[in-house]
Each structure stands twice: as structure tokens, then as C-alpha cells.
Design a protein around this ligand. Structure first.
Ligand code: FAD
Length: 432
């Protein structure tokens, strides 16, 4: 039976010739070997939360949702071995039982650990790298079906390639992660103004464990979010308070405003000013993963760029002016985050203090002209796109932005000389 696979945003889909859900590394090996004999490509998919076609194939699609176990936990070193299909949500809960936690997270937790790390998924924190930085070693089924364990000890270059590997080196079947002891965060959301935030941005990024902010097109208002580690005990919200805030306010009410924006685009400036004013001050004390992630029920399409921190002010100002220019229908806020320099070869934060700027368009509205215009701004700041979010770059435009690009391609040639894991997305961004 043919099965269509569609991503979360609903903007990419594929009809794989087979869609398998292996339970073991041996079953993954068998699938890769069989696909090789039949001349089919193979891709793995996590939660389908990439906005690009990075996971798509008309060959064999593997979901590792049945490979979702925690295999081993060493609480003294924090080293934990997991199967690659475990979701961040399940991982967080299993780790909490052992007093461990990921030191940072993005704003949702539904991704698989392999899917999230292969595209360089990140949270915010000027002193913290993206999620893949916690990987000590990876088990990968490479193009000929053999199993390789990649770590800094086995080969530092392969390890730097494999941590953010775009699924180009093989199917990741397990990972050893180095984790932090569980911690509680003090989270404060509060409104501010553009001038205040842009003037204080470097201080706020340096002075808080996690700092991010949202700018509203057509408005001077900015919503800031700071999360800092605290010794105070967690005080989780009641279920009702959680539902009211996360579902009713952040999703249902926000979704209603987006519906109005889509139906009456001329009202978008007023809608944005209304949403900006409605987002007030709040304070929480809770375990890290409950503060970092929340449900996202309103669907959208997203582009996100990593630029050098020194250009942050100029780039943010330019994107805000573009989104407010009236040339495009932009009803979503612009999100700004900060990440430490990274050493994974294809990490968008490779080798530089990074500011991430993300733009969104409500599902069903036209996104391409706006994203192309934003990309032009990002190009002028040597921006590197998030691999899981929309962009229009090619291997030719990306290679000069990554010092390790050729090194990555050389590792790909060794792991997958026959291009078993190729798809049109990888051909575009890495070449044949
Ligand atoms: C609502 C929403 C919120 C988001 N928030 C953030 C955020 O805060 N920060 C951020 O950086 N990103 C964010 N993202 C982007 C998201 O984290 C990435 O696109 C991530 O890669 C999605 O993970 P996934 O498990 O869905 O993987 P998929 O999208 O299914 O796959 C991603 C890539 O990984 C490959 N892959 C998957 N599993 C394996 C495997 N076992 N072996 C080898 N390759 C594999 C796929 O082939 C594909 O190339 C968000 C996306 C959405 C939709």
C-alpha cells in the first residue's frame, strides 16, 4: 500500500516506495542493504518537523519510532546511551527519573534526538551550543550497511561531521549523550521596546543563561524571555493554568488572530499591535524542560538564519523594517536567539558567536517572496541557514560559508560513496 508522508508544516510530502519501522540496528542494516540491492535511496525521518524536504524520498523511508529506548544511564558521569528514535519529550522524562537533563532545548520537544541533532537544532543561550554538542558518540549504519561507532576518540573529523550530518552519512541508530544534572529554571517573560532591547541586547545575552526575544512587525513592542538556573524548588503550574496559558492563550487565541490576519490582510498591522500588547509579564519556577518547550498547535512555515553576533543589531533592524514595510503579509513575530560557537563542521554556529533570526508565515499564506527578501538580508551578513527550515541556498552558495564544507564532503564520500542516502535536498545543498 502506498503511503504519503507529509511534514508538520504541510508544505513537503513524498510517497516512499516502502515505509519501514525497524526495531533494531540489524533491521536498519537489512533495510539499507536491501535498498542497495534494489537501487533505492534510503532516508530516515524523525517527527517530520523540518520545514524543508530534507527527510523526503521516493525510495525507502525509515521511521525509528520503535527504536526509542534509553539503553544505559551513568548518573556519575552523565553519560547516557539512547536509541536514535527517542523523542526529546520522552528523553526529558526518562532523564528526570535519573536526575539528569539536556542543558538546553528549543521551543518544542516532539522531535527525535537524531532528527533534531542532524539539522543542528538549537535553543538560546550565548554560552551554550546547539543540541548536537551533547553527543559523545553515534552509532551509524553507513551506505554499505555496516555499523560504525563515531566519537572524538575514534576520529575527531568524522565526529565533527556526524553530529550535524543532515542524514547524509547514514542512519543514526543510537547516541551517547553527555548530560547535566537536573536543574530548575526561573523564567520571566516581559514586554519591552525595540530601542531598549537592541541597546541592551549584548548585556542581556551575556547576563542570562537563556535570553531571547520576539519582535512584532508594525509595532515597537518586543517580548523578552529570560530563563536562569535557580536553587529554588520547582513550582509547576496547575494543569488548568498550564492549559489556559499553553493551549488557550498561546495557541487557540493566537490561532484566532492568525485566522483574522489571513482573511483580512489589511488588518495585519492592527492584529500585530493587538497581539504584542496582549503578551504581558509572567514568572515561573519549574524544571528546565517544562520551561523550555511548549505545544505548538498553530501551523506555520519558518526560515531561520545564523549570523555573526556583531551584525545582530543591523540585521534585526533590517528584517523588522522589511516585515513592517507592507510589501508582505507578516502576522507572526520575528524570533531572536543566541548560541555559542560550535565545532560541528556543518553547524550553522560553526566557529562564531551566533545570533539566530527566525521569520514565520502562517500556514496557507504566501511565504516565498518574504523569505527570499529576508534571505537577501542574511546573505549580506554571511548568514547560514538552519538546515531544517526554508532557505534557497545551494552547495555553491553554502560552501564558502563553511570552512569545513569540503571536509564534510570527504567524510560523506567515505560513509556513503554510492549515495544511498541522497535525495533532492541533499543534492541541492551538498551537491551530487
Ligand atoms: C513547531 C516547530 C518548532 C521548532 N522549534 C525549533 C527550535 O526551537 N530550534 C531549532 O533549532 N529548530 C526548531 N525546529 C526545527 C526542528 O527542530 C528541526 O527541523 C528538526 O530537525 C526536526 O526534527 P525531527 O525529529 O522532526 O526530524 P525530521 O524533520 O523528520 O528530520 C530531520 C533530518 O534528520 C534526518 N534524520 C532523522 N532521523 C534520522 C536518523 N535516525 N538518522 C539519520 N538521519 C536522520 C532526516 O532524514 C532529515 O534530514 C522547530 C520545528 C517546528 C515544526
Amino acid at each position: 500500500m502506498t503511503q504519503v508522508f507529509t511534514n508538520w508544516a504541510g508544505v513537503e510530502s513524498c510517497t516512499p516506495s516502502e515505509y519501514l519501522r525497524p526495531h533494531t540496528t540489524e533491521e536498519v542494516q537489512a533495510a539499507v542493504t536491501a535498498a542497495g540491492k534494489a537501487g533505492r535511496a534510503v532516508r530516515a525521518v524523525g517527527a517530520g518537523h523540518s520545514f524543508t524536504s530534507t527527510a523526503m524520498t521516493d525510495g525507502t523511508l525509515l521511521s525509528l519510532e520503535n527504536m526509542n529506548r534509553v539503553l544505559d544511564v551513568d548518573t556519575s558521569s552523565g553519560l547516557t546511551r539512547v536509541e536514535a528514535g527517542i523523542t526529546l519529550h520522552d528523553l526529558n522524562h526518562r532523564l528526570a527519573e535519573h536526575g539528569l537533563a539536556l542543558e538546553n532545548l528549543g521551543d518544542v520537544d516532539v522531535q527525535s534526538i537524531a532528527g533534531a541533532t542532524q539539522t543542528g537544532t538549537h535553543g538560546t543561550g550565548a554560552g551554550l551550543r546547539n543540541l548536537s554538542a551533547s553527543i559523545e558518540s553515534l552509532e551509524i549504519v553507513s551506505g554499505d550497511g555496516s555499523v560504525v561507532e563515531v566519537s572524538a576518540e575514534s576520529d575527531p573529523n568524522d565526529w565533527r561531521a556526524a553530529r550535524v550530518g543532515l542524514g547524509a552519512l547514514g542512519i543514526v541508530t543510537a547516541a551517547t549523550l553527555r548530560l547535566a544534572p537536573s536543574f530548575v529554571l526561573h523564567g520571566v517573560d516581559r514586554p519591552s521596546t525595540m530601542a531598549e532591547v537592541l541597546d541592551g541586547m549584548d548585556r542581556l545575552a551575556a547576563g542570562n543563561d537563556h535570553f531571547e526575544f520576539y519582535l512584532f512587525p508594525h509595532s515597537d513592542r518586543v517580548q523578552t524571555r529570560v530563563n536562569n538556573r535557580t536553587e529554588r524548588p520547582a513550582k509547576p503550574r496547575t494543569r488548568v493554568a498550564e492549559w489556559l496559558n499553553d493551549i488557550v492563550l498561546l495557541n487557540r487565541a493566537f490561532g484566532l488572530t492568525q485566522g483574522v490576519a489571513k482573511r483580512f490582510p489589511s488588518r495585519i498591522p492592527a492584529v500585530n499591535r493587538f497581539v504584542a500588547r496582549a503578551w504581558g509579564t509572567s514568572e515561573r519556577f519549574d524544571v528546565s524542560y517544562r520551561i523550555f518547550a511548549s505545544p505548538r498547535l498553530v501551523r506555520f512555515v519558518e526560515m531561520e538564519y545564523a549570523i555573526p553576533r556583531p551584525h545582530a543589531r543591523e540585521a534585526i533592524t533590517a528584517v523588522h523594517a522589511l516585515a513592517s514595510s507592507g510589501r508582505f503579509d507578516v502576522s507572526f513575530p520575528i524570533e531572536v536567539r543566541f548560541v555559542a560557537p560550535d565545532d560541528a563542521l556543518l553547524s550553522p554556529a560553526w566557529g562564531r558567536e551566533t545570533c539566530y533570526i527566525a521569520v514565520h508565515i502562517y500556514r496557507g499564506m504566501e511565504w516565498e517572496p518574504y523569505f527570499r527578501a529576508v534571505e537577501e538580508i542574511m546573505d549580506s551578513f554571511d548568514g547560514r541557514p538552519h538546515w531544517g527550515k526554508r532557505h534557497f541556498q545551494t552547495a555553491a552558495t553554502l560552501a564558502p560559508r563553511y570552512e569545513g564544507f569540503e571536509r564534510f564532503l570527504a567524510v560523506r564520500d567515505r560513509f556513503d560513496p554510492g549515495r544511498r542516502f541522497a535525495n533532492p535536498y541533499l543534492e541541492a545543498v551538498l551537491g551530487p
